[in-house]
Design a protein. Sequence first.
Length: 283
Amino acid sequence: MEAAETIQSIRSLIKAARDSGKIIGLVPTMGALHVGHISLIEAARKKCDYVVVSIFVNPTQFVPGEDFEKYPRPFENDLDICQKAGVDAVFAPSPEQMYPVENITWVNVKKITEPLCGQFRPGHFQGVTTICTKLFNIVAPDFAFFGQKDAQQAIVIRRMSADLNMPLEVVICPTVRESNGLAVSSRNKYLSEQQKKDAANIYKSLQKCQQMIDSGVKNTSEIIDEMRKILQQVPSIEIEYISIVDADTLQNIEHFTGKVLTAVAVRIGPARLIDNILLDTRE
C-alpha cells in the first residue's frame, strides 16, 4: 500500500495504475475509520482494480461551533485498517495542500441541499460538494463510494456528478449498524455506553416507520408523531428533525407514495447523529 500526501504524488500513482488498464475506485473519508468505511472499501474492491482511500478532515464542511478541532484523527490506526482491508493507495493531504490559498471557487447544488441537514448546517454542503469535486478531479476515479447513512450527502453528490457530467459512477452502499441498531459513525466515539444505548431509539423510530407503512398507514404526519414518541422516551435525545421526503427531490410529502426517504437527526450529549431508511412503496 502506498501513502501519498501531495496531489502530485497521488496523481503519479493513479497514472501508473491507469496506464496498466486498472479501474480506479475512490472511498472519500475524514478518517477515524470504522466497519462502515471498511464495507465501502470492500465494495470498491469488488468493482475496481485499484482502490484509493482519501483521509482528509475537510474544514470547509464544518459550520461555526461544530467539532472540527475535536474531530478524531487516529491516522496511524487508519493506515493499518486500510492496509488490512486491501487498499492500494491512501491520499492524506494537509489543509494547505487542498486549500493553498483562499478558496474563492465553490460548487453549489441548489434545492436538495436546503432541507434536512441543510436547514441546520448552513454552508455544510457547499464544503462537501467542493471537496468532493476537488477529490474527483485529483483522483479521477471510475467509481466513488458513499454510505447510505449520509443519505442527503450521497444524493447531493450523485446529482452534482450527473449535472456536471463527471465521468464517474457514484455508488451508495448500505448503512452498517451496531448490534443495537445504531448506525456506525465516527462520532459515536463521543458517546458514553449509556448514551449509545439511548441512541438505539433512533433506529427503533425508523423501524416503527417501516412497520406502519407495512401495515398500510400512508399519512406521514401520523407516522412522524409515532416516531417522535419513541425518541422522546429517552430524555438525553434532543430531536433536530424527523422528516419524510421524496427520495429524489427531498421535499416533504403528506402521503407515502413512490420512493421515500425517512430521515432523523438528533443530538445526544456532544454528538449529532443522523440516520435514515429508504422505502419504496411501489414494491
